[in-house]
Design a binder for this molecule. Structure first.
Ligand code: NAD
Length: 280
C-alpha cells in the first residue's frame, strides 16, 4: 500500500532532534524523500536520523542551517530543491526553549534584551524565513504543498515569557501566510504541542536545576516533577507527558491528503491542556 506521503519532497528543520526527528522519520516511512536541516553542531545526531531512515529503505539527507541567517535559510531551500527536485512539504520545527528563564528568572519585567531577541529570532523569524523561502519556490513553480509550523500551547498561555510571545506571534504569522497562499493551493497550519518529552524539555530542566536557589524551590515542590508546578502545564488531563510521535502524527495529518481541508489551523496535541484548561 502506498504511504500517505508517497512522492512528496519534505524539508524538516530541527530535524536532528525531538519532534523534528520523529517527523522526518514518519514522513520517510510514509514515502516522502526528506531533507532534514539543523545546526551544524547537530550533524552527528542528524546522521543517526538519516541512517535510521535509510536502514528502513527510506531516502534522507542532512543539510546544515542556522535558521536565523537569511542566506543560510535560502541556501537550505536551494539545497533541498537540488536534492529532491523540489519541495512540497515543509515542517519548521527548529526552535529553542526559554521558559525556564521566564518562570524562575526575572519575569517579563527583567527579561534581558539579548534573551528576548534570541528566542524571537529563532522561534519566530527563523520559521518565517523558512516558510517564506520554501513558499516562494512553490509559488514560482506552481507547486501545491503544505507548510507546518511548530508553535506551542504556550501561544495561548502567557506564563512562559519571550517563549509564549514567540509562539503567539508564530500562530498569527501562520494564519496570515495561510490566507495568502490558499489561492496557490498551499496549506499552512500550526501545531501547538503541550509538554512533549524531548531534549528541549530535558535541557530546560537541567538548566534550572543548575541554579541552587531554584533547585531548592523545586525540591520543595517535589523535585524536577515540580518544574511546571506554577504553570497550567502541570495539569495534563490525559495524565501523561507527550512523545515526539504524538506531534509527528499531527504533522503527518496536516501534510497529507487526509488533512486537505485544513489551512490556517492550530492543532493541539497536548493531552487536553489547552482545550480543557486554557479555553480552547
Ligand atoms: P529539540 O531541542 O529536541 O529540537 C529542536 C531542534 O532545533 C534541535 O535539533 C536544534 O538543534 C534545532 N535548532 C535550534 N535552534 C536552531 C537554529 N537557530 N537553527 C537551526 N536549528 C536550530 O526540541 P523539540 O522539543 O523537538 O522542539 C521542536 C519544536 O517544537 C520547537 O519549536 C519547540 O518550541 C516546539 N515545542 C516543543 C514542545 C515540547 O514540549 N518539547 C512543546 C511545544 C512546542
Amino acid at each position: 500500500m502506498p504511504g500517505r506521503m508517497e512522492g512528496r519532497r519534505a524539508l524538516v528543520t530541527g530535524g536532528a532532534s525531538g519532534i523534528g526527528a520523529a517527523t522526518a522519520e514518519l514522513f520517510a516511512a510514509e514515502g516522502a524523500a526528506v531533507v532534514l536541516a539543523d545546526l551544524d553542531r547537530q550533524a552527528g545526531l542528524a546522521g543517526e536520523v538519516v541512517a535510521r531512515i535509510e536502514g528502513k529503505g527510506g531516502t534522507a539527507w542532512f543539510q546544515p542551517v542556522e535558521v536565523r541567517d537569511e542566506a543560510a535559510v535560502q541556501g537550505m531551500v536551494d539545497a533541498a530543491v537540488d536534492r529532491l527536485g523540489g519541495v512540497d512539504a515543509v515542517v519548521a520545527s527548529a526552535g529553542v526553549a526559554g521558559h525556564a528563564e521566564a518562570q524562575f528568572g526575572t519575569g517579563l519585567l527583567g527579561t534581558e534584551l539579548a534573551h528576548w531577541q534570541f528566542v524571537l529570532d529563532v522561534n519566530l523569524t527563523g520559521v518565517m524565513l523558512t516558510a517564506q523561502r520554501a513558499a516562494r519556490w512553490m509559488v514560482a513553480h506552481e507547486t501545491p504543498g503544505t507548510i507546518v509550523t511548530l508553535a506551542s500551547s504556550a501561544a495561548k498561555l502567557s506564563g512562559l515569557g519571550a517563549y509564549s510571545v514567540s509562539k503567539a506571534g508564530l500562530w498569527m504569522y501562520t494564519r496570515g501566510l495561510a490566507a495568502e497562499l490558499a489561492p496557490h493551493r498551499i496549506r499552512v497550519n500550526a501545531i501547538g504541542p503541550g509538554l512533549i518529552w524531548t531534549p528541549l524539555v530535558e535541557e530546560a530542566i537541567r538548566r534550572v536545576m543548575a541554579d541552587p536557589a531554584i533547585a531548592a524551590e523545586l525540591t520543595e515542590r517535589g523535585g524536577a516533577a515540580g518544574l511546571f508546578g506554577g504553570n497550567p502545564l502541570a495539569s495534563i488531563p490525559l495524565g501523561r507527558v507527550g512523545q515526539p510521535s504524538d506531534v509527528a502524527y499531527t504533522a503527518l495529518f496536516l501534510s497529507c491528503d487526509e488533512g486537505s481541508y485544513y489551512t490556517g489551523a492550530l492543532l493541539h496535541p497536548d493531552g487536553g491542556i489547552v482545550s480543557t484548561l486554557a479555553g480552547g
